[in-house]
Write a protein that binds this ligand. Structure first.
Ligand code: SAH
Length: 370
């Protein structure tokens, strides 16, 4: 039996620790929120008041929290709602319907998120880590390695900031945030406990959380099998996207190096089990890379693997990263790929490339470059 190299092969060791980041309301469960209030000499019901300001009213300005005692407001906010992310840069396109935000964390780590408004929904694409240790060679974030995990508070803050911008009419007429996708920087399942706590916070009914439904949240993964299986057991109903990018181990070993640890058959098995447990289709992400993974025979092989399964394919035209030797597939090659998958009975869509001109599109989030 050939032994497959493990995670240690990857550039997955964080360069910084999360310990510099102050604790935030979103990092705490109910008991911890109440305890934090007691420590401040306040009755525990004030935790609910602060939650309402943050998750429902989307405010952090103590002046506006008139139901809190005037003398204690500032201190309560400092302790429970410390500012975790400052805007380092914001760039918009698509008439203001797409906005990329570069955030500076308290330790000067940089991360990005992208808000995309559509006629019928508004989605925020959030980062789960600063950088990424998974080293996929076509992805800008993968090139730089992992800086550090983000805390639950830092993840939730990206979502609350998006909800606030949408609610306050900063992106057209005021609207509600409807979807969250973990498709920004980082591998969410490599920061499992903090991502999971963030999902719990996003799905907790207001005022304890943002009250989003599980099915409006998508966790996208390179395919960390134990993480996929664990997530299925949580029964949160979140959608799963699997970044497959190749149907055969020979190619996937190079495009998604973690494949050396959990090969195609194993990762698909875990993803199908996830679909069976949640009753919801999984999404197979496939970046179309010219003359690398776009051959008709690979479409046929992918079709064979997915036929009859609760899965659909989302083809992403490759966004070439700076200095990349790779290009997006030709349109007619892409069409043939779609055609073959559909002929095999697999629903297939081609992702739009929103935000491309502001480097906000898939795989281009690499804050270190800014
Ligand atoms: N670590 C997670 C989230 C990453 S980003 C994951 O791998 O799923 C979300 C998607 O963008 C992934 O499918 C990723 O493979 C894809 N992607 C990364 N770089 C890209 C690029 N240059 N062009 C197109 N898609 C890319």
């Amino acid at each position: 039996m050939t032994s497959r190299p493990g995670l240690d092969l990857l550039n997955a060791r964080p360069k910084r620790a999360v310990s510099a980041v102050p604790k935030h309301l979103a990092d705490m469960d109910q008991a911890a929120r109440n305890a934090a209030m007691s420590e401040l000499g306040q009755p525990s019901f004030r935790a609910g008041q602060v939650s309402r300001h943050y998750f429902e009213r989307l405010i952090t300005d103590p002046e506006l929290m008139t139901d809190l005692p005037a003398g204690a407001r500032e201190h309560i906010v400092q302790k429970l709602l410390p500012s975790l992310l400052r805007v380092a840069k914001a760039i918009s396109c698509d008439d203001g319907w797409t906005r990329k935000q570069l955030w500076r964390c308290v330790d000067d780590t940089l991360v990005e998120s992208v808000v995309m408004r559509y006629p019928d929904r508004a989605t925020v694409c959030v980062s789960s880590q600063a950088g990424c240790g998974m080293a996929c060679p076509f992805c800008a974030t993968g090139q730089a390695g992992l800086t550090r995990n983000l805390t639950t508070g830092e993840i939730v803050e990206q979502v609350v900031a998006a909800a606030r911008a949408l609610a306050h009419g900063e992106m057209g007429t005021p609207t509600r945030l409807s979807n969250v996708v973990f498709m920004g920087m980082g591998e969410p399942l490599a920061n499992y406990s903090r991502v999971l706590a963030a999902v719990r916070c996003l799905t907790a009914p207001a005022p304890d959380g943002l009250g989003l439904s599980g099915r409006s949240i998508t966790v996208s993964t390179v395919g960390l099998v134990p993480g996929i299986r664990r997530l299925a057991e949580e029964r949160l109903g979140v959608r799963l996207a699997l970044s497959l990018h190749a149907p055969d181990d020979e190619l996937r070993d190079t495009l998604v190096p973690i494949n050396n640890r959990w090969p195609v058959a194993e990762v698909l098995d875990a993803a199908f089990a996830y679909a069976a447990q949640t009753g919801r289709r999984i999404s197979i992400e496939y970046a179309m890379i010219k003359e690398v993974n776009d051959q008709p025979w690979r479409a046929d092989l992918l079709g064979e693997l997915l036929a009859g399964q609760l899965a659909h394919v989302n083809l992403i035209p490759l966004n070439p990263t700076p200095g990349s030797k790779w290009d997006a597939s030709e349109k007619k090659v892409e069409q043939e790929f779609v055609h073959r998958l559909r002929a095999a009975g697999v629903t297939t869509t081609v992702r739009d490339t929103r935000g491309q001109e502001i480097d906000g599109a898939c795989g281009q989030l690499a804050a270190a470059e800014v």
